[in-house]
Ligand binder design. Sequence first.
Ligand code: AP5
Length: 224
Amino acid sequence: MQLLMIAPPGAGKGTQGRLIADHFHIPLIATGDLLRDHVARGTELGRAVRSSLDRGELVPDEIVLDMVREALIAAEAAGGEYLLDGVPRTLEQARAMYTIGVQLGMIPNIALHLKADDAELVRRLLARGDDERRTDDTEEVIRRRLKLYHSVTEPIVAWYGRRGILVCVDAMGPAEQVGRDILAALEAMRPTVDYVPEQLRRTIDLTGLDTAFGHATAAPTTPG
Ligand code: AP5
């Protein structure tokens, strides 16, 4: 299975990501964790991204995509399955992830979307802020992260819907219930994505399809 998760902050990507990765024995690639690890270790990359993380703003695409490509190459060597948490966050990243998937023969085949109300998400993240003191779990930054999610990340859910690989799960209930719902939905999809042996699969490359691939097309011009 080659999975990615799209969900707002606090919906449970980290919580459920660990459950899914353990259940299916697949590597979990969580961009937020990778970036926070760089910050904690004080690497050059960590110093470059620290203020973006603290302010709840997006880190430049090239930094995230290089990191994810490297992790996917490692996942390829481990069998080719993976679960992405935290990427893509923009349509540009979604297209870039697809292109990387084509290059590595590892195109995502399920996009898991977790849905929850903003009021519940703010409540969860403020509670975590009290416990863990994550620098971006203050009310002002949580609201900025949610605004960014609704403006640039949420629109890509429909893009995956049009490709027929979208699985939506209600993430408002207790974590255990959400986890069961996710595993049940993914197990139901599994025969579809795992059934065809690799040598019989035919990749359809969407990158040249312009509008279907999410590129804006020029308005048709009327002959004068
Ligand atoms: P990232 O780490 O991905 O943060 P996020 O998207 O804001 O998500 P969170 O980790 O806050 O929440 P989650 O959905 O994982 O929920 P969790 O399971 O932790 O990214 C951090 C930053 O890195 C970004 O702001 C950006 O700066 C940068 N970044 C990352 N990826 C990037 C990219 N692709 N491009 C550019 N920049 C990027 O749960 C949250 C809390 O709720 C926990 O306390 C948990 O115990 C609790 N909880 C979970 N589920 C439930 C439940 N069902 N009921 C009650 N409580 C629950």
